[in-house]
Design a protein around this ligand. Structure first.
Ligand code: PEP
Ligand code: MG
Length: 575
């Protein structure tokens, strides 16, 4: 209904309005039907035409796309251009009189099976072959091709959820905003949307019922979606002008605009109003993100998620490959600190060479540092690669392990790092156990970094990827903040620094609270740096401590946020 306002969970800040385009359903497997002998010649031609249309379409899209999205589309276009698949399908049409779509399905199945039998790295191509298969079958049957759609104009993408491969092809130039029915605010889709500056709302009940082509206003900051917004809604969201009053709202493409959450510029430094310095650094996953971070003024990296360089690989990258990937990131931060996290595989980021195939509760299973129990050699080779990269770069390299829960794990990790000459070894505090035990962990570890995404998940016993518990998944939960306080107090016993590298660090209202709790550095998506720096500059250190006390003394997450927001307003009024 026009003007209908629906509330989900904010996942990536900013506002955008545009026409809805739904993620298409999977291309169905065609039935094994046969054609008349006289139709064979046309059917063979149809296969060739469909393959070449798919190749052209992908190549054109790659030409229009940017960044990773362009790379992925080019690779898929090259696969569609490979004549082997079309030739085998044509042979099946001629010999077995299969329909063109069934022939393509079977031919691709045979290629994929052969690739899988060769083992890795060839086996990894099987998924790409199936993707090309689905596109050619869609071209033959008129079904919607798989993947992020390309309607030819900017749009708001609506989906049940987005697989990592689809998330990688999100192009900020055309995808104005993302709305999903599933997922949580710290899912990796949400993290990538934030890195790309695409507003997102997750866990929006009834999103599937939004009509295709209808204009929606997506508020990724407050987690709201307005259907067929009025001009007044657009103006209030900073997206509309008086001219919109005359436009037919709700018509496809009637309004296509996006407003980033902050236009400020970050100059690399941040401090409270009374001059207390807070280190603001960036979260990166690969060299391209390191470039963005450096361009946005980040003076260092507080979390380098190394597993993202290797997601989707079936085999362990060689030490040389790892050295190249790490060196490329370190090169962007000459003379600056880069905190490299060892592989955080498992749960929602499985790596086939490292994590168990099936676990009932993978978030509680063998992930992060726990993979080193069965695969100490993989950790050892990664540390060797980090050490070699560090020796050949001028960045100051710190190393930390994810999912630490005990002092024993800490001691062993620190010793493993020392064996490779990596002397600044720290721990991520992502489990309540680690937060409560931080005075023991930090006796060995040189620093700690609070992974508030997982810390929230484990404190609230709420799966970070599950829409049904998304309302619980906020670091504003006083229980989570209390664990931050305890973790900082334990580290202070040894005079060790504690940072935050979870999404909490990017929340401008929460940042002063974290500083008030004892956190000394905040690492975030580079786009958030300016807004967080602005927010810190408005309060004194004592003000941060008062805000922290208010939040801790609140019964609920909402009460904590409201109390802090009101107090910040009051402090702003009386500088
Ligand atoms: C976290 O858990 O807060 C964190 C930074 O790690 P990740 O999001 O990669 O699990
Ligand atoms: Mg984590």
């Amino acid at each position: 209904m026009p003007g209908d306002k629906r509330t989900g969970v904010p996942a990536s800040p900013g506002r955008a309005a545009g026409p809805v385009v739904h993620m298409p359903p999977r291309v169905p497997e065609p039935a094994t039907n046969r054609i008349a002998p006289e139709a064979v010649a046309d059917a063979v031609q149809a296969v060739k035409d469909a393959a070449s249309r798919v190749e052209q379409d992908l190549a054109e899209r790659a030409g229009r796309a940017t960044g990773t999205s362009a790379d992925i589309l080019s690779v898929t276009a090259a696969m569609a251009a490979d004549p082997t698949l079309a030739a085998d399908a044509a042979r099946r049409v001629s010999a077995d009189h299969l329909t063109p779509e069934r022939a393509v399905w079977d031919a691709a199945g045979a290629v994929a099976t052969q690739l899988e039998a060769l083992g890795n790295p060839m086996a990894e191509r099987a998924r790409d072959v199936r993707d090309v298969r689905d596109r050619i079958v869609a071209a033959l049957t008129g079904a919607t091709p798989p993947g992020v759609p390309d309607p030819g104009h900017p749009f708001v993408l609506v989906a049940a959820d987005l697989a990592p491969a689809d998330t990688a092809t999100l192009d900020p130039a055309t995808v104005l905003a993302v709305v999903t029915t599933q997922g949580g605010p710290t899912s990796h889709m949400a993290i990538i949307a934030r890195a790309l500056g695409i507003p997102a709302v997750v866990a929006l009940g009834g999103a599937a019922g939004l009509s295709a082509g209808e204009t929606v206003l997506v508020d990724g900051t407050d987690g709201e979606v307005i259907v067929a917004p009025e001009a007044a809604d657009l103006i209030a969201a900073g997206l509309g002008t008086e001219e919109d009053a005359g436009q037919g709202q709700g018509a496809p493409g009637a309004v296509v605009r996006r407003r980033p959450p902050s236009r400020g510029v970050f100059d690399g430094t941040a401090s409270t109003r009374d001059g207390y310095d807070v280190d603001l650094v960036a979260n990166v996953a690969d060299p391209a993100e390191a470039d963005v971070a450096a361009n946005k003024g980040a003076r260092g990296v507080g979390l380098f998620r190394t597993e993202f360089c290797f997601l989707g690989r079936g085999t362990e990258p060689t030490v040389d490959e790892q050295v190249d990937a790490y060196r490329a990131v370190l090169a962007r931060f000459a003379g600056r600190r880069v905190v490299v996290r060892t592989l955080d595989a498992g749960a929602d980021k499985p790596l086939r060479f490292l994590t168990p195939g099936h676990e009932e509760n993978p978030a509680l299973g063998v992930r992060g540092i726990r993979t080193a129990v069965d695969h100490p050699d993989v950790l050892d080779r990664q540390l060797e690669a980090i050490s070699r990269a560090a020796r050949s770069a001028s960045a100051e390299v710190w190393v930390m392990a994810p999912m630490i829960a005990t002092a024993d794990e800490t001691r062993e990790f620190v010793a493993a790092c020392a064996a490779h000459g990596l002397d600044t070894a720290g721990v991520m505090i992502e489990t309540p156990a680690a937060a409560l035990q931080s005075r023991w962990l930090l006796a060995d570890a040189a620093f700690a970094s609070l992974g508030t995404n997982d810390l929230t998940q484990y404190t609230m016993a709420a799966d970070r990827d599950l829409a049904g518990v998304a309302a619980l998944s906020t670091p504003w939960q006083p229980a989570v903040l209390d664990l931050v306080r305890v973790a900082c107090a334990g580290a202070a016993v040894h005079g060790r620094p504690v940072g935050v590298c979870g999404e909490a660090a990017a929340d401008p209202l929460l940042a002063p609270v974290l500083v008030g709790l004892g956190v000394t550095s905040l690492s975030m998506t580079p786009r958030a740096l300016a807004a967080v720096a602005e927010s810190l500059a408005r309060v004194t250190l004592e003000g941060c401590r008062e805000l922290a006390a208010l939040a801790l003394d609140s019964p609920t997450a909402r009460a904590a946020r409201d109390a802090v927001r009101d107090a910040v307003r009051r402090q702003g009024e009386h500088p």
